[in-house]
Design a protein around this ligand. Structure first.
Ligand code: UD1
Ligand code: CA
Length: 456
């Protein structure tokens, strides 16, 4: 493969986003727009990726700090040709360059590869046919259908404005030629800018062939200028993600009602009901079922587990054949072993729960180690926080905790202990015994009448 350089133009201000955040840092599928473009560029295995960024775009640089990117500043936005000129010192003499736009997140590596394949000795541009071509550079072809120039909308004649084939802005060419063409650009045009697109006419003048690849996939060349574009592209991104999941065999009750903001890996026969949101890195094992309206973030959920409706999982691991929810909240640091049950209105935080244990109703279990085969009764609360520090609760194997129990940490309930309902336990409970701590006196008042409403 010939040596490839990729130049990404990202210096535009993005005024129409009406945002303090640079345009290319707005997110699609929770990844910055520029992150998508960089991912596409990397997939092409270039020797260099050069990003042309604008004045004040230091936070763009910081956002991608770990990447092996060459950052080039274009302090004043004098046009796309001027932007590429800023990258010239970094281009390899023997390479080809692919130009990408930093605000086109759905850019497709297949189309890029087609351009690259043709760019060793000619200029390859990516075009598409647009029903309303207004604002775009038009692809002008001669009598024999050969590309002769790109004319920007503002410079185009009425006749040229009728042309529906437009420039996507993506192109590839040999660096030797690019250097030479850029040196001769002028800003003698309607916008007073150095147009990269003028290199097409220069190539034609010099007898260098110009080929236009026409793409059918308009979304893959659509740039983001306003929040309405961002919302539209987000939807397309999500629909495409859903289609990929369907192709892999995942059952989606409605591919229009799933959002993946990150990476979702699914085993065989996974079923996902409507309105679920997956964030970060999520893995669902074989046969996992997710009921409607769940939010699942950075989680590993093993085979056969069922997550009932309205469950929230964040930074947790769940073993095989578990039953979670509905309305459960599994917070960071929690691990649930195989065959565990967590029911409605249960909140777990940094709790490690052993296999076959059950926490089925209305409980808070935080900073706790729960053994195997434990039954945590309804309304059990681990009191892990004294207002300043957090303490752990240890519940050993085979413990049974009656309903409405408070466990004031630090505390250990020994193996096989039974805690009577309604207890406030402040000291360790010995293994194998019944421990209880309740108000002593149970009284009954005969003939007692309930209050009645006073008539006005
Ligand atoms: C450009 C093309 C036009 C094409 C359209 C596709 C030129 C002259 N025109 O038009 O043919 O149909 O894209 O959207 O190239 N940028 C910089 N520095 C600059 C100017 C722009 O980095 O000085 C970057 C922008 O951030 C953006 C890209 O280049 O990512 C395109 O800029 P934009 O202003 O959108 O170009 P258009 O004039 O719309
Ligand atoms: Ca544009």
């Amino acid at each position: 493969m010939p040596n490839l350089n990729v130049v990404i133009l990202a210096a535009g201000k993005g005024t129409r986003m009406h945002s303090d955040l640079p345009k290319v840092l707005h997110e699609v599928g929770a990844m910055p727009i520029l992150g998508h473009v960089l991912a596409c560029a990397k997939a092409l295995n270039p020797s260099k990726i050069i990003v042309v960024y604008g004045y004040g775009g230091e936070i763009v640089k910081q956002r991608f700090a770990d990447d092996s990117i060459i950052w080039v500043k274009q302090a004043e936005q004098l046009g796309t040709g001027h932007a590429v000129q800023q990258a010239l010192p970094h281009l390899d003499a023997d390479a080809s360059t692919l130009i990408l736009l930093g605000d086109v997140p759905l850019v497709a590596s297949t189309a890029c590869q087609k351009l690259i394949n043709q760019a060793s000795d000619q200029l390859a541009i990516l075009s598409f046919n647009k029903a309303d071509p207004s604002g775009y550079g038009r692809i002008v072809r001669d009598g024999s259908g050969q590309v002769s120039a790109i004319v920007e909308h503002k410079d185009a004649s009425d006749q040229q404005r009728q042309i529906k084939e437009v420039n996507t802005g993506m192109m590839a060419m040999p660096n030797g030629r690019l250097v030479q063409w850029l040196a001769t650009l002028t800003n003698n045009n309607a916008q007073g800018e150095y147009y990269l697109t003028d290199i097409v006419a220069l190539a034609v003048q010099q007898g260098v062939p110009v080929v236009a690849e026409i793409t059918e996939d308009e979304w893959s060349v659509t740039g983001i200028n306003a929040k309405s574009d961002l919302a539209q592209i987000e939807r397309i991104y999500q629909q495409r993600y859903a289609q990929q999941l369907l192709q892999q065999g995942v059952t989606l009750k409605d591919p229009n009602r799933i959002d993946v903001r990150g990476d979702l890996q699914c085993g065989r026969d996974v079923e996902i009901d409507v309105n679920c949101l997956f964030e970060g890195q999520v893995q669902l094992g074989d046969g996992v079922k997710i009921a409607p309206n769940c939010v699942i973030k950075n989680a590993v959920i093993a085979a056969g587990t069922q997550i009932a409706a309205f469950t929230h999982v964040d930074d947790a691991q769940i073993g095989v054949e578990a039953r979670i929810g509905p309305f459960a909240r599994i917070r960071p640091g929690t691990t649930l072993a195989d065959h565990t049950h967590v029911g409605n209105f249960v909140e777990l935080k940094n709790a490690q729960v052993g296999s076959t244990s059950k926490i089925n109703h209305l409980s808070y279990v935080g900073d706790a180690t729960v053994g195997k085969n434990v039954n945590v009764g309804a309304g059990t609360i681990t009191c892990n926080y004294d207002g300043a520090n957090k303490f752990r609760t240890v519940i050993e194997d085979d413990v049974f905790i009656g309903s409405d129990t408070q466990l004031v940490a630090p505390i250990t309930l020994g193996k096989g202990a039974t805690i009577a309902a309604g207890s406030t336990i402040t000291k360790d409970a010995p293994a194998g015994q019944l421990t209880f701590c309740r108000a002593k006196d149970q009284k009954s008042i005969s003939g007692w009448k309930r209050p009645v409403k006073i008539k006005k």
